[in-house]
Structures are given as C-alpha cells and as structure tokens.
Design a protein around this ligand. Structure first.
Ligand SMILES: *Cc1c(COP(=O)(O)O)cnc(C)c1O
Length: 596
C-alpha cells in the first residue's frame, strides 16, 4: 500500500509499503512451508518478522495491516509474533468447500472486481490440489472500463494463471465470448446454467466461484457441495455405463438399444442418467409420461424419446417437443389425430408413433384383432408415421412360464409382419426387457428395451456378477444413546431394550422411502461393517438401530443399501422388489452423481 504523504499533510500517519520508505517497510515475504509465510520488515530501524499460517496474497496483505496496527498500539514484537501464528482462517470472501466428485470449491461470490479476481485466482492455484482448474465468473459490474478492455484483460489473466475452463454467466461476459481462447461456455443467467449444465462434468477439479451479488452464486455453491451429512442416494454413472455395455455385448449386430428412463430413471434422476446414456449413444429413450420427456428436452436431450402413457392433455406438448407417443388403442389414436389437427407440426414432419400390441400381458395394447382398423386410420393420415411396433413380455424372468413367453413372441411375430407389410416402409420391432435379453436372444428383433439391468439389478441371479452396483442409499448417525435394559424406544413404545443397548438414531424414515414394515427387527441397516436391526417403529423422518458393541460415533456413515448391502436383500426384507424401493425413494433425498 502506498500512501502519498503530502496528501496527509499535517496528519501523522502510520504507513507500510513493499516498495518505498514507510513506517513499516516490508523487505521480504518467503514461504518456509507450503501453508506458511514469513513476512520481514524494517520498523524503527530494526529488522523484525512474523510468521503466519497462510500463503495467499489476500491473507498476507491482511496480516500486514494487523501487524501495523499492533505496532502502532505499542505491542511488543514477541507478543505480535506469538499471536500471528495462532491465526485461523475466517469465513471471509474466499471459502474453501469440499465439493462433489472430489472437487474443491472456492466460493468468492460476494464481490467481483478485477483485482479481487486476481487474488482469488492465486488462491485457487494455491489451495486446490487438483491440476484441473475451472472458473465460474459472472459479469463484472461497475468496473468503469469498456467491456472489450475488461474481458480481454480477464482472458489474459485466466491464460496466465493456467485456468483450463471458464464458465461465464451474464449478458456482458457472454457478448465477449470470442475474447476467451481456451475452453469456455457461456450462460445468460445463473438459472440457465443450473438448469442446463451437467454437473457430472465437474470431476476432480479446483473450481472458483466468482460472482457479483446479484447473480446469486450461492445457488451454484450449494449445488456443488458435497452432501455427506444428509441422507443421499449416490449414483455411479460409470457403473451404469458398464451395465449398458454388458447388455450391449449380448446384442446381435445391428440390434438397437432403447433405455428405459421412466419414473426418473427408476428413481436415479432423469437428466443426469439420460445425459450419460446420450453420450454413450443409446438409440432411444423411453419415459412413462410426456412431462418426463419434456423435462429431458428442456435439459438438452436430443435422442428420440418414446412416451408410453400419453394422456389426453399431453399431446400438444408431445408434438411441440418432438416426443413419440405409444399408441395402444383407438381412443389414444383419436387424441393424437385431434392434436395433429390443432397443431403445426415442427418442421412439417409427421409424428412418429409406436404401436403397442397386447400379446398376453393384458395391460396396454391393441388386441391382434383390432389392429386392422387402427392401421386403416393411421395409413390414411399422412401426418402420422409408424416408427415401431412392439409388445411387452409378462414373465420373461420366470423359467416356468417359458412356453407362455414363447407364445407371446410367436403372436407378436405374426402381427408385426402383417403391420409391416401394410405400412410399406421399415418399422422397428422390439419385445425384450432386461430379463429377456439373455434368455431370448432369438427375439431381439430390431431393438431391445433395457430397464432394471441398466441400474445394476439382474433379474436372473446368474447375471448379477456381470453387473456393477449403481446406487447407494446412505445416511449418517444423528445421535447415539445408552439405553438401560428394560427401557422402551420410540412410538407406541414398540421397541424394547432387552439388554443395555447402544442406540443410534438415523435421519431416514418412511417419508424417505424406508418402509415402516421394516420396524422392530424386521429390517437391518449396515453400520461399521455389520448389519444391525431396526429397533422400534420406523418414524416419518427417523429410524433407530441397535449398535451395541460397535465402535460408532455420531456422524458416522450408515448404508441402507449399496455395495456393502444389496438392494435385492433389502427388497426381500421389505417384501417387495428392487423396482419399488428405487422408485419410492422420495424426492427430498438428494441424488449425488459420481463419474470418473
Ligand atoms: C419398464 C419397461 C421395460 C423395462 O423392463 P425391465 O424389467 O426394467 O428391463 C420394458 N418395456 C416396457 C414396456 C416397460 O414398461
């Protein structure tokens, strides 16, 4: 800091400077250890120095100010030295936070000017061990400089500080996008960024968040933070892709892959999963309802998407978002025809449909006998295009029903042939779900529909070892109590301590999807390498478990299901199937994604 003394004429000043004479003249700053600095100076003609447990520029500058003040107040140098060493980082502008996917986040979302950016970049380079660095930067407001000058300068700074990637947020920075030569993407608003950017791209990086207040970067910081202390559903996207590739390896050449992402990808979250599948080039996605498809389109998914339960009010959205409805009877066909009459078709292309045939499942689908009339109507309408014909197997995982399954496939073959003959252009045929892919290799037709196997659950036990576990439901212990023998635990006093018990309370309950039927010893939770029984009734938000004899402490991780404890086993305890558990994990449970 340089204060020109003539400005302070007549006022006695205490000054410090690194460059020129001053009351405290700083002569050297060295770093004897990684997170330490020794600041040396001359004061009253003697050489003095202090050590501080920081090495970034901002902290050094702050420390010199403090040092000056203490000297001015007359503290002796020894006291100052002692106290300086005990400084701890304060919650100041630059917050260092553990982020998702082994990222480190530096949060500096309180101000944005070019000087503080430089300090923050130094901090990023010093305080994050990851070699890859990303900067998320908002418009810089009120700089008093032209945008061209300002952002050119920033681009130079980012290059000089070896920043790998810039994410620019705001109108002004977006307009200057061509100034930035490295990897850079731009968004008009924070909301746009949060909605459309895939957070799995953040992996093993140091990330600096630097934004003006109005951009509300705390939302980004929140989204990037490691949520280790709550109940979370962890999803391993690498395992998902491994499973995809396993089933792909079972397909004949040319057979396509439709991935079922209905019900939020079996509870694992729609966009992240769909995005991974799109990157790995599946051919088709399928959702249950149109709004699931619309959400994927808004998030930038461009793959074809089949909608299995198109309802009356959804056809306008289906048409405008280029979704492809399943048509399973004449009523649904009529709804589509109505919608086509009242809408302009995007790029004037016909709406692609998927005809569902009921071959024995008896859920949705045309009876073989009804398909003639439907076809007449469809072929008379040039704005409808038959993209595929398919059926669903009722019992493909049950060997005792193999004759039934074969008869479903045989009936489908006959009906599909008839349809294709009439349509006169190629039509995709598809029948097999996960369980059937390995069991009915001759019925793969043109495409298969992979569901539960993608998510790591093999319908046939023999396949399980080929798959990787994708999801883990985890929580942490909120409280541990010693309960004397004879006491009761929880609602209705249903839990009884039949011994002096160490009891753990875990913040997950039936509102999260941990069914109440697991109460009173029926269910088990994995804690410290051991399965321990649930004690008493499961509450809406909490569950108690007997951890007697375990070395546990509050804050320790518990696993409801995951690598250590299979979902299938939990499903057996609950008396249900893995599908129901996964899709029943409530929305309030955060989904956290991992990818190498
Ligand atoms: C859900 C579903 C599938 C996938 O079934 P999995 O058993 O999960 O493989 C396939 N086809 C249809 C029509 C479905 O609804």
């Amino acid at each position: 800091m340089i204060i020109r003394s003539e400005i302070l004429d007549g006022i006695s000043a205490f000054t410090w400077s690194r460059q020129q004479e001053a009351t405290l003249r700083i002569t050297d700053v060295s770093h004897p250890q990684k997170q330490q600095s020794r600041i040396s100076g001359i004061y009253n003609d003697s050489n003095i120095s202090v050590a501080i447990p920081f090495s970034d520029e901002a902290s050094i500058e702050n420390a010199i100010h403090c040092w000056s003040l203490m000297l001015l107040l007359g503290y002796d140098q020894e006291t100052i030295s002692q106290r300086m060493l005990t400084l701890t980082p304060i919650a100041m502008r630059l917050e260092l936070i553990e982020g998702i996917n082994n990222c480190t986040i530096i949060n500096d979302s309180y101000n944005s000017d070019i000087n503080s950016l430089e300090i923050a970049l130094d901090f990023l380079n010093q305080h994050t061990q990851q070699t890859e660095k990303t900067v998320i930067l908002s418009d810089i407001l009120q700089s008093g400089k032209s945008d061209v000058y300002l952002y050119k300068k920033i681009a130079g700074m980012l290059a000089q500080k070896s920043i790998h990637r810039l994410i620019g947020i705001g109108q002004a920075i977006s307009k200057q996008s061509e100034q930035f030569s490295g990897e850079a993407v731009f968004f008009a608003t924070t909301e746009d960024f949060l909605k459309t950017f895939s957070f799995t791209k953040f992996h093993n990086q140091g990330i600096l968040l630097k934004g003006a207040r109005v951009f509300e970067f705390e939302q980004i910081s929140h989204a990037l933070q490691q949520k280790a202390h709550e109940t979370v559903l962890e999803i391993n996207l690498d395992a998902l892709i491994h499973n995809l590739n396993y089933y792909r390896s079972k397909l004949q050449a040319g057979t396509r892959m439709m991935a079922m992402v209905k019900a939020g990808s079996y509870g694992m979250g729609s966009f992240e999963v769909a995005n991974a599948l799109q990157l790995h080039k599946v051919d088709y996605l399928a959702v249950a309802y149109a709004d699931e498809g619309v959400e994927l389109r808004k998030a930038g998914i461009t793959l074809p998407i089949m909608v299995m339960n198109p309802d009356h009010d959804s056809f306008d959205a289906i048409i405008s978002h280029n979704l492809e409805p399943e048509i399973y009877n004449l009523r649904v066909l009529a709804m589509l025809e109505d919608a086509i009459r009242r809408n302009l078709l995007p790029r004037n292309k016909p709406v692609k449909i998927h005809l569902k045939i009921d071959t024995g499942m008896h859920r949705l689908g045309f009876e073989a006998a009804d398909i003639e009339l439907a076809l007449e109507l469809i072929l008379a309408n040039r704005r409808i295009y038959v993209q595929s014909v398919f059926t669903h197997l009722a019992s493909s995982d049950i060997p005792a029903d193999d004759d039934f399954t074969s008869s479903q496939i045989a009936l489908f073959t006959v009906v599909a042939d008839k349809i294709i003959n009439k349509v006169g252009h190629p039509v995709l045929r598809h029948v097999l779900n996960t369980a059937a892919i390995n069991r009915y290799p001759d019925a793969q037709f043109d495409m298969v529909r992979l569901g539960i196997g993608l998510y790591g659950i093999a319908p046939m036990a023999s396949e399980q070892q080929e798959l990787q576990n994708v999801s883990a439901l985890k929580s942490t212990i909120s409280q541990i109590k010693h309960i004397p023998a004879g006491e009761t635990i929880g609602y209705g006093r249903a839990g009884k301590a039949d011994h002096d018990m160490l009891l753990a309370t875990i913040p997950i309950g039936y509102a999260d999807g941990l069914h109440r039927i697991l109460s009173n010893g029926r269910g088990h939770i994995f804690i410290k390498n051991k399965l321990v029984p649930v004690i008493g009734n499961i509450c809406m938000d909490m569950t108690m478990a007997d951890v007697t004899g375990l070395e546990v402490k509050e804050g320790d991780e518990v696993v409801i299901f995951g690598d250590e404890r299979s979902l299938s086993e939990l499903a057996r305890e609950m008396g249900t199937i893995p599908y129901e558990i996964l899709t029943g994990i409530s929305k309030r449970v955060k989904r956290v994604y991992f990818q190498e």
